[in-house]
Design a protein around this ligand. Structure first.
Ligand SMILES: Nc1ncnc2c1ncn2[C@@H]1O[C@H](COP(=O)(O)OP(=O)(O)OP(=O)(O)O)[C@@H](O)[C@H]1O
Ligand SMILES: [Mg+2]
Length: 257
């Protein structure tokens, strides 16, 4: 494999169930459409479902990688990843949640560093908990994409996280308002939302992108954005995802000031 030094982008949130995993998969599909090699790292260590969502039964995982590094058995990065298609690979979360406890945060830097040698983009799907592993990961990645919904608790929690980010002068994040997750929640206007989180909202996925049978895609191992109808039916959101993908590659857009 050639040396690439790809970009690392993590998909994060302040609350569970806001659409991180679906957005990670959709962005992977978008990168495939622009011919970029992508690795999805499933860092939702206790409940990750990327490999399952892509219908890829797997044996190797982030746990087997760490275990092999620990025991001097590690050989090549590609020995641990599962191929989805020509462009997308997956480094799965541990098969058994008990293995998750054995993954030390100190390996995160090493894994991301090695991964970025082989891919144009490394997408990290995580959970919303600010534990040692996630904090370490957020500190190492090139960019963090926070997904937020029109939900009071979600917005309140994101406000707290972003105020910590400001305190430590961390600016490498962008905010995506995901209206497609729950199109019936309309509590706040965009103006209100920006005021609550005291940060700009960089992107919005519209209510139109609510996909009633999204679980069918997942059960069939399909990525929504790779469906040839997606770009035509969801034109605006397709273009938003393209913009997010291009910004993360460093092709445009300013980071939060
Ligand atoms: N565009 C969409 N259309 C319809 N339903 C959606 C959409 N996006 C997300 N959902 C619904 O929201 C649920 C949660 O999405 P997802 O698993 O991506 O969130 P998450 O932030 O990764 O959750 P967790 O924090 O548990 O990992 C999905 O199972 C799906 O039912
Ligand atoms: Mg998830």
């Amino acid at each position: 494999m050639a040396s690439r030094k790809g970009k690392t982008l993590c998909i994060s949130s302040a609350k569970g169930g806001v659409g991180k995993t679906i957005t990670t998969l959709n962005l992977a599909g978008i990168y495939e459409l622009i011919s970029k090699k992508v690795l999805i790292v499933d860092l939702d260590l206790y409940g990750g479902g990327i490999a399952t969502a892509l219908n890829r039964p797997f044996e190797k995982s982030i746990y087997t990688m760490v275990d092999d590094i620990n025991n001097n058995r590690y050989r090549e990065f590609r020995d641990y990843v599962e191929q989805y298609d020509e462009y997308i690979d997956v480094l799965a979360s541990p098969k058994d949640p008990r293995q998750a406890n054995k993954i030390d945060a100190k390996y995160i830097d090493l894994i991301l560093d090695r991964a970025s040698n082989f891919y144009d983009v490394v997408l990290i799907d995580s959970n919303h908990i600010l534990n040692e592993i996630n904090v370490m990961m957020m500190d190492k990645v090139d960019e963090i994409l926070f997904i937020v919904t029109n939900d009071p608790l979600d917005l309140k929690n994101l406000k707290s996280i972003l105020s910590i980010f400001r305190d430590v002068n961390l600016k490498n994040y962008r905010v995506l308002l995901n209206d497609s997750r729950d199109p019936f929640k309309n509590y706040f206007t965009l103006y209100d939302i920006k005021n609550i989180i005291k940060t700009n909202v960089d992107y919005t996925l519209s209510k139109r992108m609510f996909i009633k049978d999204i679980d069918v895609y997942l059960m069939n191992g399909k990525i929504v954005t790779l469906d040839k109808h997606f770009a035509k039916v969801y034109t605006k959101d397709y273009s938003t995802l393209m913009t997010i993908a291009a910004d993360a590659l460093g092709d445009g857009g300013e980071e939060n000031e």
